[in-house]
Design a protein around this ligand. Sequence first.
Ligand SMILES: O=C1O[C@H](COP(=O)(O)O)[C@@H](O)[C@H](O)[C@H]1O
Length: 248
Amino acid sequence: MPTSAPPPIEYDPPSPGRVKFNAYPDADAWAWSCAVMLAASLRRDLAERGHARLLLSGGTTPAPVYRALSKAPLDWDNIDVALVDERWLQPDDPDSNARLVRENLLQNHAKAAHFEPMTRLGRTLDEAVASANAHARQATTAAVLGMGEDGHTASLFPGARDLPRALSSKSDYVSFDASGCPGAGPWPLRISLTPLGLSKARERLLLVRGDAKRRLLDRALDSDDASVMPVRIAFTTPGATLQIHWCP
Ligand SMILES: O=C1O[C@H](COP(=O)(O)O)[C@@H](O)[C@H](O)[C@H]1O
């Protein structure tokens, strides 16, 4: 894989300060640049602590970044990979976020990483949440977030009854019932990272593609209500500056 990222196109977001916006001309430059940046963060934690931990989102956007990152020659034996959120599906279900991570990141060099799926045969939802919270006691190198077309991030959906509880939770992960939210598709039952869980990540990336999502992002940056635009937690939660990586 390349060792340095091409320079992103500069752009001033409407809400500067807690956000850095990086735009790339195409998906290849975007994927390789994100992979190079993630590899650098992992390498830094491996050097400083002998261990690194990566939190990954699912959905339709991040696979090219994960495939590029899988080729990074890192000490993957000492890297834990976990999920930002999961649909209440078995880990080998084709629609699970775990399957996406397995098929795209846990290949090539990254095959040696230690992966923590949230769901497991025979595990109840409460047990899965407890296990995610237990793992979350370890320091997190970077959290990779996505944004749905309804402004959700992780599995925090606008309009869901569970959203206020999740946004103010004192746990890193919660169960989340998104029944009635069209953006949750056929998987309303979820486990999600909370703002508290996100605040512990040393680095924070938001991967976004396409013009419609860029317009949505501008609306989220301008809005002041995380219950309408949950993606706002990505830059309003105390902690690391949000690095947004966008391409057409
Ligand atoms: O359901 C989910 O959606 C979001 C956004 O996905 P995308 O398909 O619009 O990229 C994703 O970040 C999250 O991990 C996933 O569970």
